[in-house]
Ligand binder design. Structure first.
Ligand SMILES: Cc1cc2nc3c(=O)[nH]c(=O)nc-3n(C[C@H](O)[C@H](O)[C@H](O)COP(=O)(O)O)c2cc1C
Length: 172
């Protein structure tokens, strides 16, 4: 069942004008709320934007990616709380936020909604627009809405499993 949602999900870059109802939005956000995190810190804050004028004014900050304007919802994920490291090296909050956002993309796909991760943005510009304090770095943005299926999408290729996985010992 989960694999079905995983297979269904793709980066949606054409959205219908149809708004996302509050109940569906709540289910997508619930998927983030239930995500695991290091020490169960849940170190994120999700800023949900539905205001059309605000979404329009965010396009410039999101690398000028015009399709973003069509999305009825943007979810801006910021770090919230004390930082911590994984393996003394990697920023745990960033990993936690990636998991929470991925949960949302899969829940959305399972309900016929589309999402697109947006990593190309200017964090300072986003912060200024949304009043996000500097101690809450923006980690990623998710566009959410109903896919406009009149625009066919070409699935992006994936590496073969044996390029990505090795068994028992590392092999190059
Ligand atoms: C961290 C991250 C940042 C991304 N940033 C953008 C972005 O700014 N704009 C965009 O159109 N797609 C963005 N993507 C989507 C990727 O291009 C896409 O996931 C990848 O090409 C695989 O295609 P698929 O999602 O359709 O399977 C991003 C994906 C990730 C995971």
């Amino acid at each position: 069942m989960i694999l079905e949602a995983i297979e269904k999900r793709y980066s949606v870059r054409h959205y219908k004008g149809r708004p996302v109802g509050q109940r569906k939005l709540a289910e997508v956000l619930e998927a983030a709320r239930l995500a695991p995190s290091g020490c169960n810190l849940q170190p994120w804050k999700l800023v949900v934007i539905r205001d059309r004028a605000m979404i329009r004014s965010m396009v410039h900050a999101i690398g000028g990616q015009q399709f973003v304007e069509q999305a009825p919802v943007l979810i801006v994920a910021c770090i919230n709380g004390e930082g911590y490291n994984i393996g003394d090296r990697f920023d745990g909050a960033v990993i936690d936020i990636a998991i929470a956002l991925d949960h949302m993309t899969l829940q959305a796909a399972s309900m016929g909604l589309g999402t697109c991760w947006l990593g190309n943005y200017d964090g300072n510009e986003i912060r200024a627009l949304l009043g996000i304090p500097s101690e809450n770095p923006v980690v990623a943005i998710l566009a959410l809405g109903y896919p406009d299926e009149s625009h066919p999408h070409q699935p992006r290729p994936r590496k073969a499993l044996d390029e990505l996985v090795c068994w028992e010992k590392f092999t190059g």
